[in-house]
Design a protein around this ligand. Structure first.
Ligand code: ADP
Ligand code: MG
Length: 816
């Protein structure tokens, strides 16, 4: 009896705490009470208690139909009743030894876990040792709240119970049976457990390999539930290593239902984690405050948060599970949106930006000097940029454009506009090679309209553009300390107008005197943190972020909703589609022969080394080996160059320079060339172990060729691609358009993987799938609606929500 009193007391306490709204247990109090009463009734021995019990009608509770004061009174009565059981116990017989929970300890734990307890470390839970907590920490779980949000990656459907006579071989099935006998036995040369269990329709054998301890847990005559695969052995059915659990008065956790599977780490056992999770969701899911405004929840048909959390772990059925996922996924997207909108608001409204007065004649002459006409799309985007720059409100713009669509020149025009207005401009690239390339090409483009007066290693000075000479500088981590410091000093003095660099630009030693515009190239390599850091370099500079990763619009708006969107949706004229083929290793020789023919015709080629993930050093080593092999064995008569991340800036520069100048036929490279490199004479791209790259990455590789007017080729070598690898290769063969590829990529990928939200510095998406465009749009619409009413989330009705936004965005703030 005693074991049954505590759960009831706990539930009623929770119900009282939650204002008698019948929200303490999933499915309503009445159902819970009836189940509880049915079991409790059997163990009531005193006639006095029995009559009280009947009076309270616990076995036929009608709590749901009571009004609030009635509920309050009724619960108080039940508490009194429970008290009297306790006294009866104390006076009467000692509790049976089966009572596993010492009566005194329970209230103490219950007390410990109210209030802010969700943020307590999990070691405050009964049965969680420091060692276990350390293992959970590896899974990113530290607090009780983390545990609640530690969702299973999937569920096993053990919900259909059969009788033993209905079992069929080869399927996952569940039975409820009596244990006739369980013993330790030798199975396949090792100790295991064998049990014979039976129901009214027959008997069946169950075996567990390497698990002799289970025998001890299956006493004869115990009721047991087995879930798992049934095989046929010697003409008879056998359960092989099924999940098992004794049918006690507790709810089933491992069998007979939708059973959660959690991603585990060494030393955490599935049964242990499931048991703990059940305990935690039972006890705490009800305490999670639902932060969504009720009217929103209603409008969007979303579950209550406690129920959603509960059902995400231990769902009643598939529908409940789906609804739970929808609610939790909505939360993620909605909070993401709110944070993003809030940040945009803050950036734009808090500080005025530097309004750039664009000098039209200067820009016109710059554009006229280019060796080509801007495409209509480039012109349109440039106009959008310039009109943003003229405003006293900081530009926050994402420029998307297919590889080779000509983003750099547009950015250069914007930087020039800022410089002409007396502001500094920063142009940040993800790799040193790219920074150098931009430095070279911006320099070249500027020298078409201006006279270059000085040229130092990392500095160019042009006259004839502005009233004073325009100074362009390169700042990368690889520079000698002295020249780095010299450049930093000149940036501080305001002597440098445009500085091009890598992450080195946002280090704390760099102090701009008057930063007006920051351009970030190839955005997906940069986290939000870097963007913010750059922003703090000036007094709220305009920010332009450029990416060639084609992100579907809804997605762009969701992940980068803090940015306005511009798209260059047109390639310069004369570009041809790139012939793309994936080849097996057996075809490598003919691939090399093809490459050789292209070189003979005066073209150049890239060879991308296999992806080595261990470290940059190991990757570099592998690249060196591949380079040697190719130079000695395959192309001894051709001129090859090698580029990898371990080379110094000068070395990289040297190789790139030679390749660009046509002095090298083949550039062997680690995957670093993925972004941005521009050598129009290169017509062949050969990628090793192509199946290991994502679609957008392959598309980037391919974009390194086909930049001139010559027919170009992309050869993708892959020996034994997985199904998904093969699907990707098939897609890239067929599809040229980056946006279309991105849409397909989205369909192929799982939650949050599209381009690692973690990398981008945004909160984690665990339940949301970025392919779920409908939910994305719903979350965005709702966020905008709410934001329009209450941008600061300061109304009392949004207090919980505002705290949740802060919490989630803070957690997402561990940028790497
Ligand atoms: P991305 O958008 O991938 O960064 P780039 O800015 O590197 O592309 O431009 C790719 C190439 O196209 C460069 O060689 C650039 O000079 C050239 N280019 C840019 N705009 C045009 C244009 N309107 N017409 C012809 N070539 C152009
Ligand atoms: Mg580029």
């Amino acid at each position: 009896m005693l074991t049954k009193v505590e759960p009831l007391r706990k539930v009623l306490e929770l119900e009282r705490e939650k204002g008698y709204a019948d929200t303490a247990v999933i499915g309503g109090l009445d159902r819970f009470l009836r189940r509880w009463a049915a079991q409790a009734l059997e163990s009531i021995t005193s006639p006095r208690l029995l009559s009280q019990f009947k009076k309270l009608r616990l076995d036929d509770a009608k709590y749901a139909s009571l009004n609030q004061p009635q509920r309050q009174k009724w619960i108080a009565d039940v508490f009194a009743f429970l008290e009297s059981i306790k006294t009866e116990k104390a006076e009467g017989k000692p509790p049976t030894k089966k009572s596993v929970t010492p009566p005194r300890k329970r209230p103490a734990t219950a007390q410990k876990v109210t209030g802010q307890s969700l943020d307590f470390p999990i070691t405050s839970l009964k049965g969680v040792s420091t060692a276990m907590a350390a293992k959970f920490k590896r899974l990113g779980v530290q607090t009780i709240r983390d545990l609640l949000y530690f969702f299973p990656h999937r569920h096993l459907d053990y919900s259909q119970t059969r009788s033993i006579s209905e079992l069929t071989g080869g399927e996952e099935q569940t039975i409820t049976a009596n244990v006739w006998q369980a013993q330790v036995t030798m199975l396949g040369g090792r100790r295991g457990t064998e049990a014979i269990v039976g129901d009214e329709t027959g008997n069946v054998r169950a075996v567990w390999f390497n698990n002799p301890y289970i025998a001890r847990s299956l006493p004869t005559n115990a009721r047991v539930v087995l879930s798992g695969r049934v095989t046929v052995f010697g003409g008879r059915h056998v359960f092989e290593s099924p999940e098992w659990e004794l049918l006690e008065d507790k709810e089933l956790v491992h069998t007979g239902r939708l059973v959660p599977l959690y991603s585990l780490t060494r030393g955490l056992k599935p049964r242990q984690v499931r048991k703990l999770m059940k305990q935690v969701v039972d006890q705490f899911a009800g305490q999670v405050a639902d932060f969504l405004p009720p009217n929103l929840k209603k409008r969007c048909h979303l579950l209550e948060l406690p129920r959603a959390i509960f059902q995400a772990h231990y769902p009643e059925d598939e529908t409940a599970k789906d609804n739970a996922r929808t609610r939790l996924a909505f939360d993620e997207l909605f909070l993401l949106q709110l944070g993003v909108l809030g940040r945009k608001h803050e950036w734009q409204e808090s500080q005025p930006a530097a309004p750039v007065s664009v000098e039209k004649p200067l820009l016109d002459s710059f554009i006229k000097s280019l060796p080509f006409e801007l495409t209509a799309a480039q012109q349109k985007v440039l106009k959008e940029l310039l009109s943003d720059l003229e405003k006293p409100r900081a530009m926050s713009r994402l420029l998307q454009g297919e590889v080779g669509s000509g983003k750099t020149v547009v950015a250069t025009a914007a930087l020039l506009a800022a410089a002409s207005s007396g502001y500094q401009g920063a142009f940040m690239a993800p790799t040193e090679i790219l920074a150098e390339q931009h430095f070279t090409s911006v320099g070249e483009v500027l020298s078409r309209t201006a006279a270059k007066v000085t040229e130092e290693d990392n500095l160019r000075r042009f006259t004839g553009l502005l009233a004073k000479p325009l100074t362009l500088a390169l700042l990368i981590g690889d520079l000698k300390q002295a020249s780095k410091q010299a450049i930093q000093q000149r940036i501080r003095d305001g002597e440098i107008d445009i500085v091009i660099g890598t992450h080195a630009l946002i280090q704390k030693e760099v102090d701009f005197s008057k930063l007006g515009l920051a351009v970030v190239d190839e955005q997906h390599r940069f986290g939000v943190a870097q963007r913010s850091a750059l922003r703090q370099k000036g007094f709220n500079p305009h920010v332009l972020v450029m990416t060639a990763t084609p992100i579907p619009r809804t997605l762009a708006l969701t992940l980068y909703g803090d940015l306005d969107l511009s798209v260059i949706d047109e390639l310069p004229p004369g570009r041809q589609s790139i012939k793309t083929r994936w080849l097996k290793s057996a075809q490598r020789t003919s691939a090399y022969a093809f490459l050789r023919r292209q070189v003979a015709e005066g073209h150049q080629a890239f060879i991308i080394c296999p992806l080595v993930e261990e470290s940059e050093a190991i990757q570099a080593k592998a690249a060196v080996a591949e380079y040697e092999r190719l130079s000695k064995e395959v192309f001894p008569d051709l001129k090859l160059g090698l580029i990898h991340g371990r080379l110094s800036a000068a070395e990289k520069d040297g190789v790139m320079h030679k390749f660009r100048a046509g002095e090298l036929d083949i550039l062997v490279s680690t995957p670093v060339v993925e972004v941005g490199i521009d050598v129009p004479n290169a017509t062949v791209m050969l990628v090793e172990s192509a199946d290991r790259f994502g679609l957008s990455q392959l598309h980037q590789f391919r974009g390194r060729v086909g930049r001139g007017s010559q027919q170009s080729y992309c050869m993708l070598l892959a020996e034994n691609p997985s199904d998904i690898g093969q699907a990707r290769l098939d897609l890239i063969e067929k599809i040229q358009d980056g946006f279309e590829l991105a849409e397909e990529d989205l369909k192929l990928r799982g939650p949050g993987e599209f381009f690692g939200t973690r990398q981008s510095g945004l909160p984690d998406l665990r339940m949301a799938r970025l392919s779920d465009v409908k939910l994305l749009e719903l979350a965005r619409t709702e966020a905008i609606r709410l934001f329009e009413q209450d941008p600061a989330l300061s109304s009392p009705a949004h207090k919980l929500l505002s705290a949740e936004v802060a919490r989630v965005w803070q957690a997402g703030g561990e940028w790497s």
